[in-house]
Design a protein around this ligand. Structure first.
Ligand code: 3HC
Length: 312
């Protein structure tokens, strides 16, 4: 039974009125936003690692510059999202501590290795492609700071997706057979993990019902996953690549592709910390944070000195 405040709150949500940091909100609404926004931010920051691996090994200066710009964007997305989470009354240190202790999640997709240059194309095309599909609706979610952060993020994501697909066009349509084979081998590794990004099936999604009622989630996990498959299969065909799913078939009655079953054991193993690169990714994050300690100390020393001078 909702209290008066909760009824008034739900009515604002139903009328599409944005909730702002100083507005009254039910504690569970605040908590689920902190959970989702902070994990989204962690995903952006950890997401820099797989691609960072290839900045020094990009095949041309142009590709190096593009990849540098993209990885730098991801850092910015992370900072944007940590700031949006801080409007809900949590500190950056607390959020980062939860990531480093393993308490907080980040997107499963970043626990896979980037073995060849074609992986960089796959990440742009499939991972950022999925991220766009997931993030466009978030531009209209009920929490103001999150929705506004998403507008800027989505603009940059389209560059990320475009550069990845352009890289694959280069290799598949204007490259050697060996380069095309490299892309097919990469697609075989990245296709299913990219579909897992959208989360468990709707029937197994504990947060969806409440998040949809609060208009944090505007479309279900399966709806967005289906949109990703429908949009991406023709793009794979254009590249002359074969999607690694024997059950993939256009269903003309439905106007969608039917596709095979996701390996949910793999999904849950990865989000439990047992994916191919989980330990490496977390160790890299913990290490980077430790190495950055002196910068944080210098900033606060400067701020304190500045403050004491002003106080005089
Ligand atoms: N990886 C890791 N954990 C996942 C996951 C995934 N792919 N999908 C779901 N989960 C977790 C959820 O966080 C939840 O665990 P929690 O309660 O401890 O947080 C649990 O599995 C059950 O999932 P639900 O569907 O019930 O959870 P949500 O309603 O939160 O839906 C979500 C999951 C769709 C990922 C939603 O949180 C969301 O839309 N988040 C914002 C977008 C986001 O985080 N995207 C990640 C990729 S960011 C990215 O790719 C950046 C790009 O620039 C490369």
């Amino acid at each position: 039974q909702l209290t008066g405040d909760e009824q008034a709150f739900q009515q604002r949500i139903d009328e599409g009125i944005r909730i702002e940091p100083k507005d009254w909100m039910p504690e569970p609404y605040r908590k689920t936003l902190i959970r989702q926004i902070s994990q989204h931010a962690h995903s952006e920051i950890v997401g820099m690692l797989p691609e960072g691996n290839w900045i020094t090994r990009a095949p041309t200066l142009k590709r190096k510059a593009i990849l540098l710009a993209k990885v730098q964007d991801e850092a910015g997305h992370g900072l944007y999202l940590y700031s949006a989470a801080e409007t809900l009354g949590v500190s950056r240190d607390e959020l980062v501590g939860d990531l480093h202790s393993g308490k907080a999640k980040y997107s499963s997709i970043f626990n896979y290795p980037t073995l060849t240059w074609a992986d960089i194309g796959m990440i742009g095309w499939l991972v950022d492609g999925s991220a766009i599909i997931n993030q466009i609706p978030l531009c209209r979610c009920s929490y103001g700071p999150y929705a506004r952060a998403m507008v800027r993020v989505c603009k940059e994501e389209s560059f990320h997706q475009r550069q990845g697909y352009d890289l694959l066009i280069q290799m598949c349509l204007h490259g050697t057979q060996a380069q095309k084979d490299m892309c097919q081998e990469a697609l075989n590794r990245w296709w299913w993990p990219a579909l897992m990004m959208f989360g468990p099936s709707d029937a197994d999604s504990p947060n969806s019902a409440q998040s949809m009622q609060w208009r944090i989630k505007l479309f279900s996990n399966d709806e967005l996953r289906q949109k990703m498959v429908d949009q991406t299969v023709p793009q794979a065909e254009y590249l002359g690549l074969k999607v690694p799913d024997p059950d993939l078939k256009w269903n003309k009655d439905q106007g969608h592709y039917d596709f095979g079953e996701i390996d949910w054991d793999e999904f849950y193993a990865v989000i439990k910390g047992n994916g191919p690169c989980n330990r490496e990714r977390l160790a890299a994050r913990v290490n980077a944070h430790k190495e950055g300690q002196w910068v944080r100390e210098a900033f606060s020393a400067y701020a304190n000195k500045h403050e004491s001078e002003q106080a005089v």
